[in-house]
Design a protein around this ligand. Structure first.
Ligand SMILES: C[S@@+](CC[C@H](N)C(=O)[O-])C[C@H]1O[C@@H](n2cnc3c(N)ncnc32)[C@H](O)[C@@H]1O
Length: 269
């Protein structure tokens, strides 16, 4: 498998996680991502509602189904699914600030629970009909541990769906290093390699959907928003500059097939 899949889960990774996701609610995220890309929904991902609707269709999501969101962030995906499909669900995330936000933002809804846990070694007491992970695999060095958690959490025949940034045909070492340094990305595997790892972890009927055009569309929105001068004056200059560089690098990388974006699904065998 061509991936940086063997980086151990050490404290520096957790501190990088805190550095990024403790602040994923701030003004820049709000104005650069949540408003222009997701109409105000707090999705820290590329696929947003479109990805969730596809997953819901694939599993024919119904109100009596049990759903698990691995690396749920601030709970937006489960809020969206609860409001649109009913469902009962568990969300887990390794970052306590994210789980605190998830609890706060879904306090008006019943049947959702959230836990602080590591998705690579969490042991579920329940079995689910659907497990999904949005834009999180790239942050996880132990892909096998992650898939094992998903597999053990599902009923036989249950659907596992993940969306993520994947290794494109032309990925350069400099882009891989940039993604690692800026975003803590440690696993950049091709969608085929992800599918093979899923098969080895006990999933079958695996399918890959390429969503590269969607990634270009989303990063164009972010790029255009942060490169327009309007309204950034009161925010720290260095953070705005870093978003400018980041959006330009990612947009170029998706356009040049250095990076791709994909949904990979499989059924618990
Ligand atoms: C890019 S965010 C995506 C959040 C959410 N899935 C969404 O789409 O809005 C990645 C999330 O993965 C979480 N995460 C990273 N490593 C994790 C692990 N080993 N176990 C659980 N959560 C993890 C981070 O804390 C962060 O909230």
């Amino acid at each position: 498998m061509k991936a940086n899949a063997s980086v151990p889960a050490t404290d520096p990774m957790l501190s990088k996680n805190r550095e990024i996701y403790d602040h994923s609610d701030d003004e820049i995220w709000q104005r650069a991502v949540y408003e222009p890309v997701h109409d105000g929904w707090h999705f820290t991902n590329i696929g947003g509602r479109r990805a969730l609707r596809r997953i819901a269709e694939l599993v024919d999501l119904k109100a009596d189904m049990q759903v698990l969101d691995l690396c749920c962030g601030s709970g937006a995906a489960l809020r969206y699914l609860k409001l649109n499909y009913g469902i009962s669900a568990t969300g887990l995330d390794i970052n306590p600030s994210q789980i605190a936000r998830a609890c706060e933002r879904t306090a008006d809804l019943e049947g959702l629970q959230f836990v602080v846990a590591d998705a690579t070694n969490w042991i579920s007491e329940n079995r689910y009909d659907l497990a999904f992970a949005l834009d999180s695999l790239t942050l996880i060095p132990d892909m096998e541990g992650f898939f094992s958690t998903a597999r053990k959490s599902l009923n036989a025949g249950g659907l596992f769906a993940l969306t993520d940034v994947v290794e494109g045909q032309n990925l350069s070492e400099s882009m891989r290093a940039f993604a690692s340094q800026e975003d803590g990305i440690v696993t950049l595997a091709s969608s085929q390699a992800i599918a093979e790892a899923m098969a080895q972890s006990g999933f079958d009927r695996i399918e890959i959907f390429s969503d590269n055009a969607e990634a270009v569309r989303v990063f164009s929105l972010i790029f255009n928003r942060v490169h327009s001068e309007e309204g950034w004056g009161e925010l720290p200059r260095d953070r705005v500059d870093s978003w400018k560089e980041l959006s330009a690098r990612y947009l170029a990388a998706f356009q040049a097939d250095e990076l791709g974006y994909a949904t990979v699904i499989g059924r618990a065998a």
